[in-house]
Design a protein. Structure first.
Lengths: 364, 290, 264
């Protein structure tokens, strides 16, 4: 056990009858971080969280929280608390009594409960709402009460199960900022489950991307964005262009990939690849440089290039999104609008270039 | 606005036939019965009057209290057992089964004819009945156990049997509102399974529990057929007394007065029961803090 | 553990019924074990018993009249309640609930008082009135969730597309709530078929089936009554199962039709 790991999962496997939803998951969660379990629905992220909370027993594997094996403990005896997707605030209790629920079960003295609950309601900015009934709260307020009710127990880990899914867009952005603030003020470890990549990138210290009951990749949002290790990861986080090709030659630093229309260079991704192997390149839309074909490109020299035609232009305020049809693939290109910048028009003949290190080599 | 009021007018028109029916055959008869409880009867003829004689006659007879206590006892025991026995089954149906087959299987038994079920228990419990003869054939007893039939025990057992499916129906629909999430949230906050029951499930299905308890209570305490057929002499209830006033050429106003006294006793039980749930903190809408 | 308890619970509910059914086929009049052999003689006797057959017919008559009246009153009320809001709806809901919130004894004596005061002779007609009063709350409760779920804007959409109120009802409302109403009508029939407590006060010379069984029970225990009981309960259970199947089948075919639409 490493001192800073608050939750450790070893070989966690979960099967419902013949259906295995989690395959041999190993994962360490560092004290104080916000870790997001990200993935499409059915990827096993919610099941993994419910296993940490104790609602589902594991089929195989161990769950260790703060160095103690809790695999066989029921949820009420684990030092974690959860914010439920639809909050699950008790309708027969008011806000204060909802927040005090856990402390009363621990038989805390009355005055301490009063003090701690009041401080917690202050923290979530609902200081005056103690006497409200649950049905009198707005969605955002209910969300804060759910947070307070879980945090007041000082859990080792706070589990959040798609907590913003029920809120509308505007409140959602506000609540993300609130979650960050509350995380900073309490220093509690957060495990956050979502299928929304924006929430994950805004909030997380680290993202665990899951697919089909397995972990695809773990890393900081920047790492995941800049260096996806699989096609799934490249496609799931942000917009990306995928170009399919075959290995022409593989050197220690550079791999040459034949796209059918020509060969491009890309940094070798660590493993040696056989000549002729099918691979893909992932290039972010903002990593492209596009210029009219008549002009010489600024970073010609070493750059890779594809020629094409501007097919579509979408103006989005500070950004402009282009679709560029090339013989290989229709590329998405994103440019920042600048006051003196030139806008490309539909139908213009262009050349799309990128530096070799702007692309990521992905094997199938 | 105009559309809304037109819709309401249509709604009122549609409920009018039922309203008239209920007015003529429910409200008017109930009022008439109440008025009649102040009348007098003389050699089987009703004499309109305004007299408290019927009430004072009932309340001054010690027998009335005994019979009313018997009725309330039947009702309370039946209601308590019905709710307590059905709650685990309702829990099983709501949280442990997917289809509704088991639920329907139980509900169907509700339609197995009230009288037939009373008759069946008579066959089973009688001194020549199934239990006694079987026990005697097995040599476990020498003489039939007489208290099985014609006793409050037989009445209450049969009433429980009759009320179980209906009580279950009410509890299941109440429990369906307590979504699994609430139970998980309580467990997550440190509640043991028993604390989940007392602090979350029971307060959240408070209305259903009151409904199930009061329905079974009112129907079984007011029932006169089961105690008459199975209760024996000790099992005599106010219900039988009232029914007798109205069937054989009896004293109708006296019967009506006793009926309203019984109703008052029911109301009292309701208030005590609700108060009890509040005191046990099994009712919602109460703050635990100041 | 819990599973075993639940099965015991079900066994407790069905055991008495099973025992009565078993002994209705007993070849000897004895109602105790050992079981001596099967015979249909009690059924043969009951089918030639004119009192029994007459009362069975009366029960079917009353049940049908009750179901028809309750269905008309109840459907109108349910559709009306969907259009009403707030206090009126709550008040009427409470009122219509009244007849089952009181013990049958009260309804029985109140009605007999009314009938005698207005000089209405007790007959199958008064029995039917009592049964409508008793079944109406159950009918409304059975259709309530379905009607609440029914979206009035569907009717308005039909009107907007050019349907008359009658057409909107026939083409939109009825197909949606129809199966539920059919199920509730059958429920009313079954409840009427078994009703005894109120009936005992308001019936005249023509008796219904439960009244006949009651008078058989008050006389010496004869094996006939086993057969009569089993016939009575299998009729009411049969009707309920039929109604359940009907509702289930209609829902399923509606779902299948919808699934087909989506596929195409």
């Amino acid at each position: 056990m490493t001192a800073s790991n608050i939750v450790e999962l070893y070989g966690v496997t979960k099967a419902f009858g013949a259906l295995t939803v989690l395959h041999d998951i190993d994962l360490n969660i560092v004290e104080g971080e916000i870790l997001t379990l990200l993935g499409p629905s059915g990827c096993g992220k919610t099941t993994l969280m419910r296993i940490i909370a104790g609602f589902e027993p594991t089929t195989h594997g161990r769950v260790i929280i703060k160095g103690a094996d809790v695999s066989n403990l029921p949820p009420d005896r684990r030092p974690v608390n959860m914010v439920f997707q639809r909050y699950a605030l008790f309708p027969h209790l008011d806000v204060f009594d909802n927040v005090a629920f856990g402390l009363r079960l621990k038989k805390w003295p009355k005055d301490r409960i009063r003090e701690v609950v009041r401080n917690m309601l202050q923290l979530v900015q609902l200081g005056d709402y103690g006497n409200r009934w649950i049905h009198e709260l707005s969605g955002g307020q209910a969300q804060r009460v759910a947070l307070a009710r879980a945090l007041v127990n000082s859990p080792s880990v706070l589990l959040l199960d798609e907590p913003l899914a029920a809120l509308d867009l505007k409140i959602r952005h506000h609540m993300l900022a609130e979650l960050k603030r509350i995380h900073q003020e309490t220093g509690t470890t957060f495990i956050y489950v979502t299928h929304d990549q924006d929430e994950a990138t805004i909030l997380s210290d680290r993202i665990v991307l899951m697919n089909g009951g397995r972990i695809e990749q773990i890393g900081t949002p920047e790492e995941m964005y800049a260096h996806p290790r699989s096609l799934f990861c490249a496609r799931f986080l942000g917009e990306t262009n995928i170009l399919d090709g075959a290995v022409r030659a593989c050197e220690s630093e550079v791999t040459y990939v034949d796209l059918g229309t020509g060969t491009v260079k890309v940094p070798t991704n660590g493993t040696a690849l056989a000549v002729g192997q099918k691979v893909s390149l992932a290039i972010r839309p903002e990593a492209l440089q596009v210029c009219r074909r008549a002009q010489p490109a600024a970073t010609e020299g070493d750059a890779n290039a594809l020629e094409g035609t501007v097919e579509d232009v979408v103006f989005m305020g500070s950004r402009v999104l282009y679709s560029i049809r090339t013989p290989v693939e229709t590329l998405k290109y994103q440019a920042t609008r600048s006051v003196d910048g030139v806008m490309l028009a539909q139908g213009e003949e262009v050349r799309a270039c990128w530096r070799p290190e702007a692309a990521v080599l992905l094997t199938h | 606005m105009l559309k809304g009021s037109r819709r309401e007018a249509m709604g009122l028109a549609l409920v009018t036939p039922s309203f008239l029916f209920l007015l003529v055959f429910f409200i008017v008869p109930a009022a008439l019965l109440f008025v009649c409880s102040f009348w007098l009867a003389h050699s089987f003829r009703l004499i309109p009057a305004f007299s408290f004689d019927n009430y004072s006659r009932a309340l001054s007879a010690s027998g009335f209290y005994v019979l009313t206590w018997n009725a309330l006892k039947n009702g309370l025991c039946t209601a308590a057992f019905t709710v307590a026995l059905s709650f685990p089954t309702a829990y099983f149906i709501v949280y442990r089964t997917r289809g509704n087959l088991l639920f329907y299987l139980i509900l169907v038994s509700w339609f197995s004819s009230y009288l037939v079920r009373i008759y069946a228990w008579r066959v089973i419990l009688g001194s020549n009945g199934l239990i006694n003869t079987t026990l005697m054939q097995l040599g476990l007893i020498d003489h039939p156990i007489e208290v099985l039939l014609f006793s409050p025990f037989a009445t209450i057992l049969t009433l429980i049997h009759i009320m179980l499916p209906f009580g279950l129906l009410l509890l299941v629909s109440a429990l369906r509102d307590v979504r699994r999430e609430y139970i998980e949230a309580a467990r997550d906050l440190g509640a043991s399974p028993f604390e989940v029951l007392t602090r979350v499930m029971l307060p959240m299905c408070y209305k259903g529990i009151i409904g199930a308890f009061m329905f079974t209570f009112v129907i079984s305490a007011g029932d006169f057929v089961t105690p008459q057929l199975l209760g024996g002499r000790e099992g005599m209830t106010t219900g039988i007394l009232i029914a007798n006033q109205f069937r054989s050429s009896g004293n109708w106003p006296f019967g009506a007065a006793m009926a309203f006294l019984l109703l008052a006793a029911f109301l009292l039980v309701y208030f005590v029961f609700v108060r009890l749930l509040h005191l046990l903190r099994l009712a919602p809408g109460r703050r635990f803090h100041d | 553990m819990l599973r075993i308890y639940v099965w015991l619970y079900v066994a407790f509910l069905y055991a008495p019924i099973a025992i009565i059914t078993l002994f209705s086929f007993h070849s000897s009049p004895s109602l105790t074990f050992p079981f001596e052999g099967f015979s249909l003689r009690w059924y043969a006797r009951i089918f030639t018993n004119t009192t029994f057959m007459d009362s069975l017919w009366n029960s079917i008559l009353v049940g049908t009249a009750t179901a028809a009246t309750t269905t008309v009153l109840g459907s109108l009320t349910a559709l009306g309640l969907a259009r009403l809001k707030g206090r009126v709806q709550t008040l009427f809901g409470l009122l219509s609930f009244g007849p089952v919130a009181l013990p049958g004894l009260f309804l029985g004596i109140a009605l007999v008082m009314l009938f005698s005061q207005i000089g209405l002779a007790r007959s199958l007609f008064t029995v039917t009135i009592a049964h409508v009063l008793f079944t109406l709350p159950f009918f409304l409760e059975a259709v309530r969730s379905r009607i609440e779920y029914f979206d009035l804007s569907l009717e308005e959409a039909a009107r907007d597309l050019g349907a008359t109120p009658a057409q909107a009802f026939r083409l939109v409302t009825l197909p949606i709530i129809g199966p539920t109403i059919g199920g509730a009508a059958i429920l009313s029939f079954a409840l009427s078929f078994d009703e005894f407590i109120i009936t005992v006060f308001v019936s005249g010379n023509n008796t219904t089936l439960p009244l006949t069984i009651w008078s058989m029970m008050r006389r010496a225990v004869s094996p006939d009554i086993n057969a009569a009981s089993v016939l009575s309960l299998s009729l009411s259970i049969g009707i309920i199962l039929l109604g359940g199947l009907l509702v289930w089948y209609q829902r399923r075919s509606a779902l299948n039709a919808r699934a087909k639409d989506i596929q195409e």
